[in-house]
Design a protein around this ligand. Structure first.
Ligand SMILES: Nc1ncnc2c1ncn2[C@@H]1O[C@H](COP(=O)(O)OP(=O)(O)OP(=O)(O)O)[C@@H](O)[C@H]1O
Ligand SMILES: [Mg+2]
Length: 357
């Protein structure tokens, strides 16, 4: 079945990021050529409702989304959501540049059947013509993308539970790329000619995205995140998950927390980051990373930016896609700025509302 992975949005929409720990919703508009954050809301998910990027309980996730929409007063009915890059198969293929539209579609179906490791009835796929092939002037390069119907339909179902229609199904890596272009404005080179590592440390996963000249060239997940810290707080101080998560964010733990728990966790972060970067170098022609951008909820840990910069000897900053945006009075600006590094994906999705511009 064909799906509009590469569709252009023609209606105002909201961005919804469903992660392992929470649902995040963001609405952007444009005022006098400047982006404005109209609405932002997020809430935690019940444990196990999303496991390794797979939605296990659409009803529970849908209920959380519905609550957020109600609370922040969203009236837009359309949404952009994303599937993980790892659940999308992409492949650049070459086809005859003289083909008619009908012939292209026919050829794509043949190629899709050849390259997608699932029966075509089980996948959504789409293609985008990139341009003349560098390999052969008679051919053009076409990007083919496919995802399992189930993976996509789970997201559509969650949106429906909240009375929304998911009109754009994006790929997480592409949503990050959109957001990165805003964050890169704050790099000394604005990202031009630079290789930049964005390290997104979330609740259960750490993803290294590498950008070169503002384009994504690499991404890879590791099973590591803030949940390790929350679990350790919970275990050591006999707290509930909620109490531990709150203490991790807002403090109030015994004195030994810093030396016994937080510092060792930060050390582990450094090990994870340096390992992720090594793995990248071993599979890439690149030999240098010019900047590191920290993203994800863990980026908010006090002192992490300086620690990473010192240990990795690479200029490091915290990713904030909203730094140059206006913020509606209805939005808690302090909270938005605090959570900004965890909202890069959400922001990339919300930006899809400006596809036409
Ligand atoms: N101010 C803070 N201080 C410390 N930890 C924080 C803070 N804010 C968020 N966290 C932690 O960050 C994690 C959530 O980050 P984020 O929202 O990026 O994760 P996620 O996208 O839900 O997870 P994943 O990407 O792994 O699916 C949680 O472990 C949370 O406890
Ligand atoms: Mg995340």
């Amino acid at each position: 079945m064909l799906l509009d992975f590469f569709k252009i949005s023609s209606t105002p929409l909201i961005g919804i990021d469903i992660s392992s720990s929470s649902v995040k919703v963001l609405q952007l508009s444009q005022v006098n050529g400047k982006y404005c954050v109209d609405a932002y809301g997020a809430d935690l998910l019940p444990p196990q409702s999303v496991v390794e990027k797979n939605i296990k309980a659409t009803d529970k996730v849908g209920a959380v989304l519905r609550q957020i929409i109600k609370k922040i007063g969203i009236s837009r009915k359309f949404a952009a959501m994303a599937v993980a890059g790892s659940s999308v198969i992409t492949r650049t293929i070459q086809i005859n540049k003289e083909f008619s539209d009908a012939e292209i579609i026919e050829q794509i179906e043949i190629e899709a059947d050849r390259y997608i490791p699932y029966p075509l009835e089980e996948v959504y796929y789409d293609f985008e013509i990139i341009g003349p092939s560098v390999k052969n002037a008679d051919l053009m390069d076409v990007l083919l993308a496919a995802a399992r119907i189930e993976t996509v339909d789970m997201r559509i179902a969650v949106a429906e539970e909240a009375g929304l229609k998911a009109t754009i199904i994006d790929v997480e890596t592409l949503a990050m790329e959109k957001s990165f272009s805003l964050v890169a404005e704050h790099l000394p080179t604005k990202g031009v000619g630079s290789v930049v590592a964005v390290i997104d440390i979330g609740a259960t996963a750490t993803t290294l995205y590498v950008f070169k000249d503002l384009r994504i060239i690499y991404s890879r997940d590791q099973a590591f995140g803030g949940k390790h810290l929350t679990d350790e707080i919970q275990r050591r101080y006999g707290l509930s998950v909620e109490e531990a998560a709150a203490a991790q964010k807002y403090g109030g733990l015994p004195e030994d927390y810093i030396t016994e728990v937080l510092e060792p966790f930060k050390e582990t972060i450094i090990q994870q980051v340096s390992r992720a970067i090594q793995v990248f170098f071993s599979s890439s022609e690149e030999t240098e990373i010019h900047f590191i951008v920290l993203a994800g909820g863990i980026a908010a840990l006090p002192g992490l930016e300086a620690l990473v910069q010192g240990k990795m000897a690479i200029k490091t900053l915290i990713g904030n896609p909203f730094a140059d945006m206006q913020v509606s009075e209805k939005v808690n600006k302090n909270l938005l700025m605090e959570e900004a590094p965890a909202l890069m994906m959400t922001c990339g999705l919300a930006l899809r509302t400006f596809d036409n511009e």
